[in-house]
Design a protein. Structure first.
Length: 152
């Protein structure tokens, strides 16, 4: 969304009012997106900030619909810029809490580019290869609860 900020700022110089349109989302992210844009523009009010924070807390508590996670199609409906929301679909709250307690010293990257991430979390290897549509994570918990998947 940040790529829109310079465009909006340029248009704002030549008009009095700008209207924005946000695509409706089945989980109600439209309102949060509008508030995020106001925040990025630096024009969000205190009240709007409080509403945005309340919405973010509420969204984190949304339980995702039950899907057959063995089918790749189950993952295609997910849409968010917030990794903490996306990861909730793939794992449970206990694993998220454990992940949040991993220290920065336990995470390292060998390659970090737009299409490839190779690194380690503790002693586990992590590879996210967008070009070849592959995710590899050799943690036993991950392989036990996840079937092999590729990225669409």
């Amino acid at each position: 969304m940040s790529e829109w900020i310079p465009k909006i700022m340029e248009i704002a110089k030549s008009c009095e009012t700008i209207y924005g349109y946000f695509n409706n989302h089945f989980n109600g992210y439209t309102c949060e997106s509008a508030l995020k844009l106001l925040e990025l523009l630096g024009i969000i009010s205190d009240f709007q900030t409080k509403v945005k924070m309340r919405m973010e807390r509420s969204i984190l508590n949304i339980k995702p619909p039950i899907y057959d996670k063995s089918k790749l199609e189950s993952y295609t409906h997910i849409s968010s810029d917030d990794p903490s929301i996306l990861v909730k679909f793939f794992t449970d709250a206990g694993r998220i809490r454990r992940a949040e307690n991993i220290s920065d010293e336990d995470v390292s990257f060998d390659i970090l580019s737009e299409s490839l991430v190779k690194g380690k979390v503790k002693d586990y290897i992590v590879i996210v290869d967008l070009k070849n549509k592959i995710i590899i994570y050799n943690c036993p918990d991950f392989s036990r609860v996840s079937v092999n998947k590729t990225i669409l």
